[in-house]
Design a protein around this ligand. Structure first.
Ligand code: PLP
Length: 372
């Protein structure tokens, strides 16, 4: 069997063999052992955000977007008005979801290479007293930019409004402390920085808010309140749970703890990111996001302008060497992305850089940089 490729993407990611091993058994979803596994995971995930005092963890089957959709559909009132802060495709997706749900919202869009601005958000909240909720993405995976969650959360809380966060690609690697950052809901998934396998998302929801959210959801299976009541009543999932995904995540959380928790993971991802960025710059590539706004999650590079550089051929050559990278998703110009997350280390990045250098040489790419 060919060696598995290394996934340098924003998820699903390369997982450890221990995580894969943890999936080698079947679970009865209504059995006491699985109920205990679910309860343990819910506790552990809440503790990662130091959110035990006021929040509950509500897991759901599906991709990360399912969790975001459940959070929005359940935690926003049907007659509330939501401010959506957008600086990339995942923020725009939040707008799409609200449009489909026919929830009133105002969307403000800013440059994709820059972090969101807390003062702009504050100005909009002050200008329209109907706004009740704010939604934002923490790390905007479109570009890799880190948004100022703490500043925006402060601005929202000071005005007595509610904040919902898509922390899909940051949770588990970038510290989020619920005792310092006021949020009503935070959605994330098993298969990003927690390094589990795909198939489950979850929302950390403030209990006092969730209690008010019965009947908000227009969806049966994405009703976060109903699923939370289910867990409270009998510890069970309402519909078929992704059993192996939970078992894998439980193992992945053991590995996260062994690595030194979120601080340890943050350090490893930063080392991956620094190794990648400095090596790519030495090869002539330029990053899209300035260093001070870059999260250690995924890095966007401008395409080289050399006519000998052709992305599809570059992608295929890297794939042949066992590295899967990601196309760009920016609205302003051609780009590609390389992820720093998953069960990968700086030595993997060094090997990747060696392969990229050899591919460029092989293709005769000489004129480096993006300037003509
Ligand atoms: C990955 C991601 C999602 C969810 O993507 P799915 O493909 O539905 O798992 C949502 N928001 C952000 C910021 C992400 O990085």
């Amino acid at each position: 069997m060919a060696k598995e490729p290394l996934l340098l993407t924003p998820g699903p990611l390369t997982t450890s063999s221990a995580t894969k091993q943890a999936m080698q058994r079947d679970w009865g979803s209504r059995d006491a052992a699985f109920i205990e596994l679910t309860a343990r995971l819910r506790r552990r995930l809440t503790a990662l955000a130091r959110a035990e005092a006021e929040h509950v963890c509500v897991p759901l089957p599906g991709s990360g977007t399912s969790a975001v959709e459940a959070m929005l559909g359940t935690m926003l009132s049907r007659d509330g008005r939501t401010l959506v802060l957008v600086n990339g495709a995942y923020g725009r997706r939040i707008g799409e979801i609200l449009k489909l749900m026919e929830r009133p919202f105002e969307l403000i869009e800013s440059a994709e290479n820059l972090p969101l601005d807390a003062e702009t958000a504050a100005r909009h909240l002050d200008a329209d007293s109907r706004l009740s909720d704010v939604v934002m993405v923490h790390c905007e995976t479109t570009s890799g930019v880190l948004n100022p969650l703490e500043d925006i959360a402060d601005a929202v809380a000071r005005r007595g409004k509610r904040l919902l966060v898509d922390a899909m690609s940051s949770f588990g690697a970038i510290p989020i402390d619920a005792r310092q950052i006021a949020f009503e809901g935070l959605a994330t998934s098993a298969n990003k920085c927690l390094e589990g396998v795909p198939g489950m998302g979850f929302v950390l929801a403030r209990r006092a808010r969730l209690e008010q959210c019965a009947g908000h959801s227009q969806s049966l299976s994405l009703d976060l309140h109903a699923q939370w009541r289910g867990f409270e009543n009998n510890g069970q999932w309402r519909f078929t749970p992704p059993t192996q995904v939970l078992a894998a995540l439980d193992s992945a959380l053991d590995q996260l703890a062994a690595e030194g928790g979120i601080g340890g993971r943050f350090a490893r991802y930063w080392e991956n990111c620094h190794t990648l960025v400095s090596g790519m710059r030495a090869l002539g590539f330029e990053t899209y996001v300035a260093d001070e706004s870059q999260a250690p999650i995924i890095v966007t590079f401008h395409m080289l302008q050399d006519p000998a550089f052709e992305f599809d051929a570059f992608y295929d050559a890297l794939a042949q060497h066992g590295y899967l990278i990601y196309p760009g998703k920016l609205t302003d110009g051609p780009s590609f992305r390389i992820g720093c997350i998953g069960d990968i280390r700086a030595t993997d990045m060094e090997n990747l850089l060696g392969v990229i250098g050899a591919i460029l040489k092989d293709k005769g790419v000489h004129r480096m940089g993006r300037g003509a």
